[in-house]
Write a protein that binds this ligand. Structure first.
Ligand SMILES: *Cc1c(COP(=O)(O)O)cnc(C)c1O
Length: 217
């Protein structure tokens, strides 16, 4: 099923939209089934699980951290992580830069914008988001790069709410991208809202259950 799901999704989405297969809680066998179809980008939300899978699985897999990142966990992913989606403080960016220096890498990340009113969602308000991007402090850091914006819509069946949240994210993304083309990734869309996200301009979707089936925690 996993391979069929991936191939169906890939053939359905526009070419400029990249897929992160969210493999949290899923086995190495499931991941390898996706890998066999050519999928190379996988996402996890727990550092221990991601590092264990990084050790066990082929080294050409690109690992994305999609969960909320506690700054004290950054050092564990810094040696190998490809993209960190859920950054929402200057403090974390400073630690990314420090760990980037230690590992002789440029650590790529996305800043998370809060677009939902739900208390449980992380992310920065529009004002803080722009303050960080345009801060001299960030501009001076050489080993961390903010590659774009990540956002999560409200968990609702009201499509109009989801759409207006994604439209808001796209507007802020465009404002920054217009000035800086290296701010190029717009990560939004999960299994239940990725079609709306793509219509609203997403170029990176994060799909878990649609590929691997429901998760059993
Ligand atoms: C789990 C998770 C996903 C995938 O969710 P599905 O609904 O299974 O597609 C996407 N993004 C983040 C940040 C996640 O934690």
């Amino acid at each position: 099923m996993v391979n069929k799901n991936i191939l169906r999704i890939i053939s359905d989405i526009p070419e400029n939209v990249k897929l992160v297969a969210i493999s949290k809680t899923k086995s190495a066998e499931d991941i390898m089934m996706a890998y066999e179809t050519g999928q190379r980008v996988f996402g996890e939300n727990k550092i221990q699980e991601m590092s264990a899978k990084y050790e066990d699985l082929p080294k050409d897999i690109k690992w994305h951290m999609v969960g909320h990142v506690q700054s004290n966990k950054i050092k564990y992913m810094a040696p190998y992580v490809d993209l960190i989606h859920g950054i929402d403080s200057l403090k974390s960016i400073k630690i990314l830069n420090k760990e980037g220096v230690k590992n002789n890498r440029i650590l790529n990340c996305l800043l998370q914008l809060k677009i939902s009113k739900e208390e449980s969602k992380f992310g920065l308000g529009e004002k803080q988001f722009k303050e960080i991007i345009h801060s001299d402090e960030y501009k001076e850091m050489k080993n961390v790069k903010i590659k774009g914006l990540m956002a999560m819509a409200s968990n609702t069946n009201e499509k109009s709410i989801i759409r207006s949240e994604f439209v808001h994210a796209k507007k802020i993304f465009d404002e920054i991208n217009n000035r800086d083309k290296s701010f190029e990734i717009l990560s939004m869309g999960m299994s239940n809202d990725y079609k709306i996200a793509i219509e609203c301009g997403s170029n990176l979707i994060r799909l878990g259950s649609l590929i691997f089936g429901e998760r059993n925690y």
